[in-house]
Design a binder for this molecule. Structure first.
Ligand code: HEM
Length: 424
């Protein structure tokens, strides 16, 4: 009996000790073990820190041509991953840039054209193409499909110069996702840490992006987008990005010189838009290309086919009547597009959102977070316990009556058992 009581007392002490530990020492232990396991990570972050003297941050300079024919030098950091704090600051700067220049559409097109060269049938990076920052090089900017995109690069270059710890590949995708969100579109579940290609020889060959007027638009779209690993739903959802922006005859050759919706800007005037409010991200693209009532609004052959091909039509019809469905599918498809072909460091990528749970991913389990030690009971809980206590006959100043009869019966039973065991 004494032994059993000692065991119970010991167990009580152990549990009290573990509560104390969880509130104080275990947190210390967690910190120590974390600093050991993340030592390599800290070193890497230190290398990309703006606080470190520039001599430690090896910079590779690459030649890039501008539309004026002038060749400028662009700095690209040697460090593999981008720095999360610099990414956040860059996002703030992009928001400012959008407010003053209304360049949302061209930034979206820049991100798409960097990622859209991906070929899922090529395993090697960077030969497979995709979101790797190769679109900063003159050789790729000169591809016919990229006409005009040098202007987007020029807009972003000052931000790149300010944040050496952000790769071009990340900056292009950050700018695109921020532009969609700032234009009223859905929150895109983005991750960062894309590695940049280092030279123009690593750019993909011309011809991987879609044409607007191929002989068979539906099979052309499937050829190009299936090669990227995307499906019919994603083709239709992503085409919805044309709710923003304009087409200019002097760039792609498509569209009118100007319309009543574009002649006064904002931004540089001219071109033909797909929608009336071409700086607002909504589902009007699908409504407008379905109705085709306005001569001033553009419908490319690859837009028209979305309501002609039976598989594409299923999604286009849905998006025309339900903006929520469009936003959900668009956000998913855009995030997928932004990751195509990318090499991430760290391999799982990194988030720069304060609340990553809003991205539809489960919150990462952190043991220390749940070991916050002894907590004060809520008033409701205290009241519930008091009611139960009083229900059993106890009160604040009178201890609960012990059931002596039951206790005596248990003691007698145990003694009888022990006697019979010892007797045998
Ligand atoms: C489906 C195949 C696609 C074709 C054939 C196509 C074609 C075009 C063309 C011809 C232009 C006009 C460019 C100019 O003259 O400046 C354009 C602009 C644009 N495209 Fe696409 N596109 C396609 C898919 C996409 C996708 C997937 C996105 C984004 C996710 C996108 C986003 C944009 C944006 C935002 C603009 C407006 C750019 C500006 O106003 O400066 N496009 N596209």
């Amino acid at each position: 009996m004494q032994g059993a009581l000692r065991v119970v007392k010991y167990l009580k002490n152990v549990s009290e000790l573990s509560i104390m530990l969880s509130s104080k020492a275990s947190r210390q232990l967690a910190i120590i073990s974390l600093s050991f396991s993340s030592s390599s990570l800290s070193l890497k972050c230190l290398r990309s820190s703006p606080l470190l003297p520039p001599i430690f941050r090896y910079q590779k300079r690459s030649l890039v041509g501008t539309s004026s024919g002038r060749v400028s030098t662009l700095a690209s950091p040697k460090c593999a991953a981008s720095d999360p704090d610099q990414l956040k600051s860059a996002r703030k700067d992009i928001k400012e840039l959008l407010k003053t220049t209304f360049c949302h559409p061209i930034l979206v097109r820049l991100g798409w054209h960097d990622a859209g060269t991906y070929n899922k049938n090529i395993e090697d990076w960077p030969q497979r193409g995709g979101a790797n920052g190769s679109l900063r090089f003159e050789v790729e900017l000169k591809h016919g499909a990229n006409a005009g995109l040098v202007n987007a690069l020029k807009l972003l270059q000052p931000i790149k110069d300010k944040y050496a710890g952000v790769t071009y590949a990340d900056l292009f995708q950050l700018a695109s996702a921020t532009a969609i969100e700032e234009a009223g579109g859905p929150k895109i579940p983005m991750k960062y840490g894309r590695v940049d290609v280092s030279g123009p020889e690593e750019c993909p060959e011309e011809g991987r992006l879609p044409d607007a007027g191929p002989p068979s638009p539906s099979s052309h779209l499937r050829d190009v987008f299936y090669r990227m690993g995307l499906n019919d739903k994603e083709i239709v959802a992503l085409s919805g990005a044309h709710t923003l922006g304009r087409s200019r005859p002097d760039r792609s050759g498509w569209g009118k010189l100007e319309t009543r919706y574009t002649k006064d800007g904002p931004g540089s005037p001219g071109g033909q838009s797909w929608t009336v409010q071409w700086l607002k991200f909504d589902n009007s693209y699908f409504k407008d290309i379905k109705e085709r009532r306005d001569e001033d609004l553009l419908v490319l052959p690859t837009d028209a086919v979305l309501f002609e091909d039976s598989s594409f039509k299923e999604y286009a019809e849905k998006y025309a009547v339900n903006q929520d469905v469009f936003f959900k599918d668009y956000a998913e498809a855009h995030a997928k597009l932004s990751n195509l072909g990318a090499k991430f460091d760290p391999p799982e990528g990194l988030s720069i959102d304060d609340n990553p749970t809003t991205q539809g991913q489960p919150e990462k389990f952190v043991a220390a977070k749940y070991s916050t030690g002894k907590r004060e009971l809520s008033d409701a809980m205290k009241q519930k316990i008091r009611a139960e206590y009083e229900g059993l006959g106890g009160s604040a100043d009178k201890p609960l009556p012990t059931n002596y009869f039951l206790n005596i019966m248990i003691v007698i039973g145990v003694l009888a058992l022990l006697t019979s065991l010892l007797g045998n």
